[in-house]
Ligand binder design. Structure first.
Ligand code: CU
Length: 276
C-alpha cells in the first residue's frame, strides 16, 4: 500500500468506531458504517482495501503531473514549446494501464455482486413489500403471518431515546447467525430496501420479485431507510431489523402469529390509491 493510501486509511479507521451504535449515524461519522454481516465486510474490504488505495494513487499522480506542467512548462520557464504531436509509447501506456486498473477493480466487484445476489442454503425466507409509505413483512416459512411496519415519531421527529426518524412500530425480527433470504416486491411505486450496516440494498419494484440475503452476526437493531424517492413520505419509512437469539426468535414467532393473525395484506389496488 502506498503512503498516501495508508494515510487516508489511518484517517478514516478511527471514525468507523463512531458508527458502533447498531447501524445508525453518529456525530463526525465519515466512511462506511460498521458492518455486521459477511457482505458488508466484503464491501468494506473492497472499498477501504482496494478502491481507496487505487483512487489515492491516481489523485496524487495526476496532481503531480499538473504541478510539473505548471512549473516546468509555463511561458516564462519554457518560451519555445515543443511541437510534438504523437508519442506511441505513452499512448499505448495510457490506454493499457487504465484497462488493467479497471479489470483489477472489476473482478472482486463482480465476485461480490454475485455473492450478494443469491442466498446459499438459506435457513429462512422473509418477504418484504415496499408501500407508500411503509414496509410490509411476511414470514412464509413460519405460517405465513404478515404485518406492516410504520415509522414511530413525535413532533420532534423521534420519541425520547430512539434515533431520529429511524424507529418503527413493528420490527423485522430475525435469528442471529441465520442466512435469511429476502424476497423484495413492490405494491405501488419503486422503493428500495436499504440497510447499510448489513450491506443490503435492493429495489422494491411493482410486478417483480427481487432476491438478496443477509446474515446478521450480532444481536441488536440495525437501522435502514427506503433509498428510492417514492413520494411525499419517502423520508419517513425507516427499516428496523432486530437480530435475536434463535430461542428468542421462536418465542417472538409464536407471539407474532397471534398478534398479527387478523392482519391481512392490503390489496394492491387499494394501496395504490392515495392514503391519508
Ligand atoms: Cu422511498
Amino acid at each position: 500500500m502506498t503512503r498516501a493510501a495508508a494515510l487516508a486509511l489511518s484517517a478514516i479507521a478511527p471514525l468507523h468506531a463512531a458508527f458502533a451504535q447498531l447501524g445508525q449515524p453518529g456525530p463526525w461519522g465519515l466512511g462506511l458504517q460498521e458492518g455486521a454481516s459477511p457482505i458488508k465486510h466484503g464491501i468494506a474490504m473492497f472499498h477501504d482495501g482496494l478502491l481507496l488505495p487505487i483512487i489515492s494513487v491516481i489523485v496524487v499522480f495526476v496532481l503531480a503531473l499538473l504541478v510539473i506542467v505548471m512549473v516546468k512548462f509555463n511561458a516564462k520557464a519554457n518560451p519555445n514549446p515543443t511541437r510534438t504531436a504523437h508519442n506511441t509509447l505513452i499512448e499505448v501506456l495510457w490506454t493499457a494501464i487504465p484497462i488493467v486498473i479497471l479489470v483489477v477493480i472489476a473482478i472482486p466487484s463482480f465476485r461480490l455482486l454475485y455473492k450478494q445476489d443469491r442466498a446459499v442454503n438459506p435457513e429462512m425466507t422473509v418477504k418484504v413489500t415496499g408501500r407508500q409509505w411503509y414496509w410490509n413483512y411476511e414470514y412464509p416459512d413460519h405460517g405465513g403471518f404478515q404485518f406492516d411496519s410504520y415509522i414511530v415519531r413525535d413532533a420532534a421527529g423521534n420519541p425520547a431515546g430512539t434515533p431520529r426518524l429511524l424507529e418503527v412500530d413493528n420490527r423485522l425480527v430475525v435469528p442471529v447467525g441465520a442466512t435469511v433470504r429476502v424476497l423484495v416486491g413492490g405494491a405501488d411505486v419503486m422503493h428500495s430496501f436499504f440497510i447499510p450496516s448489513l450491506g443490503v440494498q435492493i429495489y422494491s419494484v411493482p410486478g417483480r420479485l427481487n432476491e438478496t440475503w443477509f446474515q446478521v452476526e450480532k444481536e441488536g437493531i440495525f437501522y435502514g431507510q427506503c433509498n428510492q424517492i417514492c413520494g411525499k413520505d419517502h423520508a419517513f419509512m425507516p427499516i428496523n431489523i432486530e437480530a435475536v437469539s434463535k430461542e428468542k426468535f421462536q418465542q417472538w414467532v409464536e407471539q407474532a402469529k397471534k398478534k398479527f393473525a387478523a392482519d391481512q395484506p392490503v390489496p394492491v389496488a387499494v394501496a395504490a390509491a392515495p392514503v391519508k
